[in-house]
Write a protein that binds this ligand. Sequence first.
Ligand code: SF4
Length: 367
Amino acid sequence: GMPATPAPTFAARRKTRQLQVGPVGVGSDHPISIQSMTTTLTADVNATLQQIAELTATGCDIVRVACPSQDDADALPAIAAKSKIPVIADIHFQPKYVFAAIEAGCAAVRVNPGNIKKFDDKVAEIARAARDRGTPIRIGVNAGSLDPRLLAKHGKATPEALVESALWEASLFAEHDFHDIKISVKHHDPVVMVRAYELLAETCDYPLHLGVTEAGPAFQGTIKSAVAFGALLSKGIGDTIRVSLSAPPIEEVKVGTQILQSLNLRPRKLEIVSCPSCGRAQVDVYKLADEVTAGLTGMEVPLRVAVMGCVVNGPGEAREADLGVASGNGKGQIFVKGKVIKTVPEHAIVETLIEEALKIAETMDAE
Ligand code: SF4
């Protein structure tokens, strides 16, 4: 077929060091990866692996598991061995679990320098263990658990305080010649978060893991994350992302995927171009758009499908899409690659679109 025109994008990626989280490369030479975190008890190996399998099927690239107890630490070798995607152990408070996670073969370890006691004294030992196993470390600073020294100095979790905490810990690792580090500086306020990552991007070349922490329930969290990630990714800042939602983790992966696709940082797959409807609509656009989305979900080929309520913008958008419908007078004009191929009664619009989408998908697969 014709060579595809590259999709328009914003700024080039900020140049970073590269590291490997298992088979997934992280840094400016690699695509931006999507992370999520399991909500099962890590010690329940089967339940955790089951959730990891769901996340993997949804497109998650890297998964994080909490490790708050010895039972959880004991489960890490089995989880790390059986997961199809790299597993990062998330460690708070107890440095002994950092060593356990490295020993267990986890692809990386996340440490929170704000709440691991005497973290500074442990860095040499952690750096040695991590280097021996080739395990990268994420320094995960979080506004809610900022190092008390910096909280005292800055008064609250300002962008400067978050960045100072991260860079201080990174400098301790650097003193031990350990640079296999990525950094996050999460805050629940997207504006503070964006500023913190901008500062960090200016002052270091470590890969950055983006996250708005405690972003809230799905609706609010999706918007906070999309706005913050959009602001940063549009400037080339960010190498891996996690959308935090008070919702099942597969929802986080879906939102993350949609954010990257919206920014053309991942190829778009199914894209529904549907109108908001208005007083001119001659069909129930919401219902039609939902039914078409449901009917085509899971298609692995890039397909832009226009669902338009009337003939004002209808034919124009439908012509621009791979496939489309412009409704009017109880009928739908079905467009394929810009040509009206048939006109069907309203009740047959959805099935006709699905039929035509499958035909187009077949020709794309064949190319
Ligand atoms: Fe209104 Fe028609 Fe535009 Fe839909 S396509 S928003 S119905 S004018």
